[in-house]
Design a protein around this ligand. Structure first.
Ligand SMILES: Cc1cc2nc3c(=O)[nH]c(=O)nc-3n(C[C@H](O)[C@H](O)[C@H](O)COP(=O)(O)OP(=O)(O)OC[C@H]3O[C@@H](n4cnc5c(N)ncnc54)[C@H](O)[C@@H]3O)c2cc1C
Length: 451
């Protein structure tokens, strides 16, 4: 039995460890928590979700849905745990974060081929290894990685959204609904806090005036929209106060858009809406969807309580901003996720520049599988570029230096369709999805035949 070291027991590391162990490797999974903290994780479970409890769309013709289907076909354990701990979230897959992390931890620790070791790794292992230490990689390991890659790390910043106690939401004002009634629950999967135009204007003023946690250099870059030097920010995670600075209507067209959310009390669409999504199976916690923020905690309490329905909200977690670390993959990784100049060293998860929970799980799956193939003296797999995971791996390993940005699953990274006559976004998405499924099926069939 050959040994494999996996650094980091997050989404990617847990999946990688499982895949390699299932294929006969003896895996040593190193997780530094609870001894050393990341600043964003709060517990000691593996696969802890640090922000949203949503793993994105589950619909088969959405990019994230396509990636999930690929993970199902390739036997992802972490996705299975997510599906077993799902909470209602319309067309999305959202989980009870505690139950999810607990389930992954149990699966991994009970696997006979996996040994979980609670220890920080500070150097790059010199034997077969997968680095999946995530966006909050410890400083010592970050330094070692920077020395290995020979290039400066890139940093950007993510923000997390607050969570409130359900009991503290005023349901005489807030109402349940899913956008365009597309939810699972009859009365709607989301709690919606409606705003009139006047309430919206007052709220935006308060947001713009509220005090933020120390204004640092990177925040100035965000406001100016300039990605100066190493200070990048992922557009999908902008704090609400930064969005508000981009224009008075930016929030009403962004996270507070009211389309498809008729208020049953007025029979009309509100001017703006703040949506809350269930965060645990018990339904006692709700997060403010898209409300990542870096306001001071007291200011969050004051300003967010101006939202109708949240005037007495109890905040069980405040929003925060965090460092996000990733390597410059185009010059360091192959599409197999191997380090370019060392076959037995893999990177997986957010540290590769693949963004988003499901993408992180997916790269963990491929890295674990490939590490096991290498141990069996088989060539590492490169997935077809027409599949979502294949396209993500192609992107991070071959993007141009100037354009390299963390990338989420999306149809834009897939090669053009053969049929140019497809019109409409949905039609093209469906065609991409069925081509990805067919190509993955034949690829997997060939892998089985060859082995
Ligand atoms: C604050 C924040 C919010 C985010 N919010 C979202 C979101 O809402 N939706 C979304 O799709 N994505 C989000 N992301 C991006 C990303 O999808 C998640 O961070 C995801 O958890 C990354 O998966 P991972 O496996 O790469 O890393 P992680 O899940 O972070 O796992 C890495 C693990 O490695 C451990 N570790 C670190 N250094 C060492 C070391 N030296 N030795 C041993 N162990 C170590 C850590 O403790 C951690 O458990 C967010 C990222 C951040 C930082």
């Amino acid at each position: 039995m050959q040994d494999l070291i996996v650094v980091g027991g997050g989404l990617a590391g847990s999946e990688a460890a499982w895949q390699a162990a299932e294929r006969g490797m003896r895996v040593f999974l190193y997780e530094m928590r609870p001894e050393v903290s990341t600043g964003a994780h709060t517990g000691e479970h593996l696969a802890e979700l640090v922000c949203s409890n949503s793993l994105g769309s589950n619909l088969p013709d959405r990019a994230s849905g396509v990636l999930k289907e690929e993970l199902r076909k390739m036997g992802s354990i972490v996705l299975r745990c997510a599906e077993e701990t799902a909470v209602p979230a319309g067309g999305a897959l959202a989980v009870d974060r505690q139950a999810f992390a607990h389930q992954v931890t149990e699966k991994i620790t009970c696997h006979p081929n996996i040994h979980v070791i609670r220890q920080e790794i500070t150097i790059i292992p010199d034997k077969s290894a997968i680095i999946a230490s995530g966006p909050l990689t410890s400083l010592a390991l970050s330094t070692a990685i920077a020395e290995l890659t020979g290039s400066q790390h890139l940093y950007f910043y993510d923000a997390i959204a607050p969570i409130v106690d359900y009991e503290s939401i005023n349901m005489a004002i807030a109402y349940r609904a899913s956008r365009y009634d597309r939810g699972e629950k009859d009365d709607g999967d989301y709690i919606n806090c409606p705003m009139t135009r006047q309430e919206y204007e007052t709220f935006v003023d308060a947001l713009l005036e509220a005090e933020r946690i120390e204004l640092r250099e990177f925040e100035r870059d965000l406001e100016s929209g300039v990605n100066a030097g190493a200070h990048h920010f992922f557009e999908g995670c902008l704090p609400v106060e930064i969005i508000a600075r981009r224009g008075r209507e930016a929030l009403a067209f962004g996270p507070m858009r009211p389309v498809g959310l008729i208020d049953p009390r007025t029979g009309r669409r509100p001017y703006a809406v703040v949506q809350l999504r269930q965060d645990n199976l018990a339904g006692s916690l709700y997060n403010l969807v898209g409300f990542q923020t870096n306001l001071k905690f007291a200011e969050q309490r004051r300003v967010l309580r101006m939202i109708p329905g949240l005037e007495k909200a109890e905040f069980l977690r405040y929003g925060q901003m965090h460092r996000n670390t990733f390597i410059f993959s185009p010059s360091n990784l192959r599409p197999t996720l191997q380090f370019r100049i060392r076959d037995d060293l893999f990177f997986a998860g957010q540290i590769t520049g693949v963004e988003g929970y499901v993408g992180n799980i997916a790269t963990g799956l491929l890295a674990g599988w490939n590490a096991a193939r290498l141990a069996q003296r088989k060539p590492a797999l490169e997935l077809p570029g027409t599949t979502m995971l294949g396209a993500l791996c192609q992107y991070i390993s071959s993007a141009s230096e100037a354009d390299f940005q963390p990338m989420k699953a999306n149809f834009g990274i897939l090669p053009a369709l053969d049929n140019p006559n497809l019109h409409g976004k949905r039609q093209r998405a469906a065609a991409h999805a069925s081509r990805a499924a067919a190509d993955l099926d034949s690829f997997l069939k060939k892998v089985v035949e060859d082995s």
